[in-house]
Write a protein that binds this ligand. Structure first.
Ligand code: IPM
Ligand code: MG
Length: 359
């Protein structure tokens, strides 16, 4: 029997609640396809800071490195907003991405037929949308030096540096072109090359790498235009590749195509190290313990784990199909409720999906 060790980093807020439902789905798929999962938990984020004085303890990093995959909930809480930047929960998320060298973040935005009416956009605009956003995850203003707040010419001045080296762009470009090859073979690279030098290099490298993928139709778009086009005509996009900060913003925007941040999963990959899987939403501390949040983003992240870390497309598909079946049967968490649907809680949604996997 296949056997994998999963590091469970539940994190803060609703993190533990959504991870619990993701585990139900993994176990159900494991049962169906003869895969055994062993789980080990470690602290990350505010809960880790409270217990150990650091949001990313060394043990958490070693567990993540030794596991076959990392399953992460969410980090952060307003009560940590006044902490110094070095120990804020968000720092742990950036730290673990960097420690595992997870430079490629895959964020699909798919509008299931069942959810067309949950989108704030017109049905004819979103029906059939299937976009894969590939966000570079270990560079850009998130990690650029110099950074900080200091006094320049007698004035307090804050700065972060947007920086990409050619090898960083090259490796994300390969992931993007290879992903596009398995999809509709259309890749749109998003940058701000009309203004930023870093974007001019980005575009140059993307164009160079494209020569190795002659079958992929490459286009370029400025980020402001891309933000507009994703709402105006989302179906024009197949695969998008972009830098860390533009990808952060565009992926939240793209989550409104299916109508809820609670629907979007993600995979963070390096190609060689352990992959990490997490919903794109945050820790929603105001909703903690209320059994109201949508676990589907986390459950679909489990599906991505089966596909990208364990190469089991059939098991991955069984989770996706189960999500669709439960939505088709009319069950909804409050964030995606629509006329004529039955509103249920986080746990029941997870249980119904697990049952549908095994049905
Ligand atoms: C995300 C989040 C994180 C990011 C935050 C919580 C640090 O917004 O994963 O999109 O900016 O990358
Ligand atoms: Mg974000």
């Amino acid at each position: 029997m296949e056997h994998y060790k999963i590091a469970l980093l539940e994190g803060d807020g609703i993190g533990p609640e959504v991870i619990a439902e993701g585990v139900k789905a993994l176990n159900a798929a494991g049962k169906k396809f003869g895969i055994e999962f062993e789980y080990e938990k470690a602290l990350i984020g505010g809960c880790a800071y409270d217990k150990t004085g650091t949001p990313l303890p060394d043990e958490t990093v070693s567990l993540a490195k030794s596991a076959d995959a990392v399953f992460l909930g969410a980090v952060g809480d307003w009560k940590y907003d006044t902490l110094p930047p070095e120990v804020r929960p968000e720092k742990a998320l950036l730290g673990i991405r960097k420690a595992l060298n997870l430079f490629a973040n895959l964020r699909p935005s798919i509008v299931y037929e069942e959810l067309v009416s949950s989108s704030p956009l017109k049905p004819e605009l979103v029906r059939g949308v299937d976009i894969m956003i590939i966000r570079e995850l270990t560079g850009d203003v998130y990690f650029g030096e110099p950074k900080g707040i200091s006094t320049v010419n007698g004035k307090k001045t804050g700065y972060n540096n947007m920086v990409y080296s050619e090898d960083e762009v090259e490796r994300i470009a390969h992931v993007a072109f290879q992903t596009a090859m398995k999809r509709q073979k259309r890749l749109c690279s998003v940058d701000k090359a009309n203004v930023l030098d870093v974007s001019r290099l980005w575009r140059e490298v993307i164009c160079d790498v494209s020569k190795q993928y002659p079958e992929v139709e490459l286009s370029h778009m400025y980020v402001d235009n891309a933000a507009m086009q994703i709402i105006r005509a989302p179906k024009q996009f197949d695969t998008i590749v972009t830098g860390n900060i533009f990808g952060d913003i565009l992926s939240d925007e793209a989550s409104m195509l299916p109508g809820s941040l609670g629907m979007l999963p993600s995979a963070s990959l390096s190609g060689t190290n352990t992959g990490m899987y997490e919903p794109i939403h945050g820790s929603a501390p105001d909703l903690k313990g209320k059994d109201v949040v949508n676990p589907i983003a986390t459950i679909l992240s489990a599906s991505m784990m089966l596909k990208y870390s364990f190469g089991n497309d059939a098991a991955a598909k069984s989770i996706e199909d189960a999500v669709k079946a439960v939505l088709r049967a009319g069950y909804r968490t409050p964030d995606i409720k629509a006329d004529g649907t039955a509103v249920i809680g986080t746990k029941q949604m997870g249980t119904l999906i697990a049952e549908a996997i095994l049905a």
